[in-house]
Design a protein around this ligand. Structure first.
Ligand SMILES: Cc1cc2nc3c(=O)[nH]c(=O)nc-3n(C[C@H](O)[C@H](O)[C@H](O)COP(=O)(O)OP(=O)(O)OC[C@H]3O[C@@H](n4cnc5c(N)ncnc54)[C@H](O)[C@@H]3O)c2cc1C
Length: 232
């Protein structure tokens, strides 16, 4: 198991285990032409083949490498993540155990305003910040968010104390509440995830998880990651 990379204010992503490496990719690819997966020591042919595969969208060999991650992230990040159907997920359940009051609060300087030229994004440019009293404005937003979340958790605890079932008491909790999961994916679908979620149009709070996972797999599949960086 690798060290966890800390993400956001209370989140992390950790590589729990993996199957395969760059070698697994070339071994799978060479089956196509019924060749020995490698006749002897690698003379640079493995890297050349992996680059060729990525450049030409020959994706199936990348599916033979598999990763399991442990992730702690806010529920609104999981909601986007779980749209990726090619992963396998096991998530903590608020029906089994009380939910901890661990919440995400955006940092000062990362809040910005609703973007005018893109309906789903935010504008955190310096120009935006000049219009506001910068830190002071963001600190007020942080306090308003924290107050609201605290009230929700107070209500949650009161409901539990009154004997309300955990599965119903939890519905008062905010989307910022952290959750915890194990998630397994093959390299082809992980690259697809990183393409979509480490992108300008993706929400910054999921981008940082995509970036962290790329860092975690880099030592295991360095040639494939390099080819992905160059050709997607
Ligand atoms: C910036 C951004 C904004 C988004 N905004 C919204 C939004 O406003 N509302 C919303 O609902 N979603 C939104 N999404 C989610 C998006 O529509 C996809 O559901 C999500 O990105 C998962 O992508 P995927 O289907 O390619 O991934 P996966 O589910 O992992 O699938 C990978 C690939 O497998 C194939 N596949 C998997 N399942 C099927 C299937 N049942 N039928 C056919 N092919 C399949 C497809 O080729 C697919 O590309 C957004 C995503 C991004 C990145």
């Amino acid at each position: 198991m690798t060290e966890a990379i800390q993400v956001l204010d209370h989140g992390f992503v950790r590589l729990v285990e993996s199957k395969g490496s760059d070698l697994e990719i070339v071994r799978a690819a060479r089956v196509s032409y019924d060749a020995e997966w490698r006749a002897g020591e690698d003379d640079g042919g493995d890297a050349k083949l992996i680059r060729y595969l990525r450049k030409n969208h020959h994706t199936s060999p990348f599916e033979h490498v598999v990763f399991t991650f442990e992730v702690k992230a806010p529920i609104f990040v999981f909601r986007q993540w779980h749209r990726h159907r090619t992963w396998s997920y096991s998530e903590m359940s608020g029906r089994y155990a009380p939910i901890k009051d661990d919440v995400f609060i955006p940092k000062v300087g990362t809040i910005g305003n609703q973007a005018k030229d893109n309906k789903q994004m935010r504008d955190v440019s310096e120009d935006t910040y000049k219009q506001w009293a910068d830190e002071y404005r963001d600190q007020n937003i942080q306090s308003a968010m924290a107050d609201s979340m605290e009230k929700s958790f107070d209500t949650y605890r009161e409901l539990l104390a009154e004997g309300v079932p955990r599965e119903l008491a939890r519905i008062v909790l905010p989307l910022s509440t952290y959750s915890h999961m194990f998630a397994t994916v093959d390299l082809h679908n992980l690259f697809a995830f990183i393409t979509l979620r480490d992108h300008d149009h993706a929400q910054p709070e999921i981008r940082v998880y995509a970036q962290a996972m790329k860092k975690l797999i880099q030592p295991i599949v360095p040639v494939a990651v390099d080819a992905f960086n160059n050709w997607g």
